[in-house]
Structure formats: C-alpha cells, structure tokens
Ligand binder design. Structure first.
Ligand code: ZN
Length: 261
C-alpha cells in the first residue's frame, strides 16, 4: 500500500477584471490575483496540491464540466463582475459542492452568486476603503485551518469589513478580525452544505498586496486541505424496498415507485 498523501486538485478561480483596468492592482498582481493565490498554494502545497487557474472571461468562465469534475477544491475571488457570472455555471458549481467538492470563498466573494446561493442569506456587511490595519485573531487554534499560525495575523493596510455579516451562524469560527477604526468581523468561518465543506476567508482587497503575505497564503493552503473531502456523492431521491417483510398492503400496487411523491 502506498502511504503517499492524496493529491488535492485545486482550481483557483479569479474574476481577473480589476487587474486589467486599475494600474495599481496590475502593479501588485501583474499576472492576476488568481496567479498569486495559485503560486502561494503551489509553494506551500508542494506535490500534495495540483493547482490550476480559471478566470471569468474564459469560455464557461473556465469552469467546464471537465474542469469541475476534476476539481477537489475550488477557490473563488470576485468583486466587480459578480453579475457577469452565468447562472448556469453557478448552478453547476453549487451541485458539485453538494456532492462533495470543497469551496474556499475569498474576500469580496462574500457577495458572489455562488456564496449567496449556498448560504441562503444576504451575505451583506459594512465596509470602508481607508487606512485601517487589520488584526485577525485566531479564535480556534486547534482547527486544521489555524495550523502553523501565530495567535494573530496582522495586515498593515486592508479594506475594512464589519458586522453585522449576513451569514448563517457558522459551524466553526476560526478568525475574528479587529480594525483600526474599531470594527470587528467574523473573518474565517466554515459551513457544510450537502457533502461539501465551505471556508470563507476575509482579507484580500485588490489594492493591497495581501495575497503575497505568507501567513495569508498559509491560511488559504490550510483551508484548501481542510475543504478536501475526496468525495463525490451524486444527489438522488430513490424509492426504497423494505428490508423486512411488511404487513400486506392492499393499496401498494396503486402507488408510484418512480419519482418523488
Ligand atoms: Zn475589497
């Protein structure tokens, strides 16, 4: 038997629009934010993470059936073009998550169609683009996503996100952020939907070098590994034959056995 760790096939999805229209963003991420996120994963994951990227303006947003069927964990960064993501692709991603694909939603992805669909909530928050420092406190140090981190991560400048955050109560809360302006925010949280595991991680505004930060890269790599289930369980709703003999039922022949009543 092989003792090698399973390879996690990761698809890093990026909107890749700010980089083409804002010189400040292009200077920070000349090959795109998705490339910086993917490079961080490749560096930290070594041979255990097989990383590729996909972007909004590729056919089917780069998320064809072939790509989704060979993706164990999808990471998602979007902001200015949430509305340009096709509902058909969102539905395909949602179905894959329910089957067991992991999903790591980053920063402004809180307002993406896929995150809102899976949360079933507004996903709204308060925000400010200013000169805030962000300090992300680890509130669950035993969690796999917190491994290798100090007791907090400090980012010298970031966009502020504040509460109330319109999410269902998380299954697990891993980070709470504090900002210079006084706000706090549930900045690292997990949920399960169907057979899939979802991790939301807050920092990553496009005008800051956040995705070059090694600790941020560590959290995303930990999140990807945590979200990997290795499972794909197709949804079905079958009619069941009894395992034990049942009393005679004179109406049984008249009942449907196909389709959900
Ligand atoms: Zn932002």
């Amino acid at each position: 038997m092989s003792s090698a760790k399973p390879v996690v096939r990761v698809t890093v999805w990026g909107e890749y629009r700010h980089e083409k229209s804002n010189p400040k963003v292009a200077a920070l991420y000349p090959q795109g934010m998705h490339r910086a996120i993917a490079d961080g994963l490749a560096r930290l994951g070594g041979a255990d993470l097989a990383v590729r990227t996909a972007t909004l303006d590729e056919p089917e947003h780069g998320l064809t059936d072939a790509v989704l069927d060979s993706t164990d964990v999808l990471t998602w960064w979007g902001h200015m073009a949430h509305g340009d993501v096709s509902d058909a692709v969102v539905e395909k991603v949602r179905r894959r998550v329910l089957e067991g694909m992991g999903l790591v939603v980053l920063h402004s992805g809180h307002y993406s169609k896929i995150f809102k669909a899976l949360m079933g909530d507004t996903c709204s928050l308060t925000w400010r683009e200013a000169t805030d420092k962000e300090r992300l406190w680890v509130v669950c140090p035993s969690h796999p996503i917190a491994q290798g981190l100090p007791s907090y991560i400090e980012l010298p400048a970031e966009e502020m996100y504040g509460e109330p955050f319109g999410i269902p109560t998380p299954d697990e809360l891993i980070f709470i952020s504090w900002f210079t302006g006084g706000e706090v925010f549930r900045s690292g949280a997990t949920w399960r939907r169907g057979n899939g595991k979802i991790f939301y991680f807050r920092p990553g505004h496009e005008t800051y070098p956040t995705y070059h930060n090694p600790q941020v890269q560590q959290v995303i790599a930990n999140g990807v590994r945590w979200a990997h289930s290795g499972l794909r369980i197709k949804d079905q709703c079958p009619n069941m034959k009894p395992l034990e003999p049942l009393p005679a039922d004179p109406e049984a022949a008249a009942r449907p056995t196909v389709g959900h009543k």
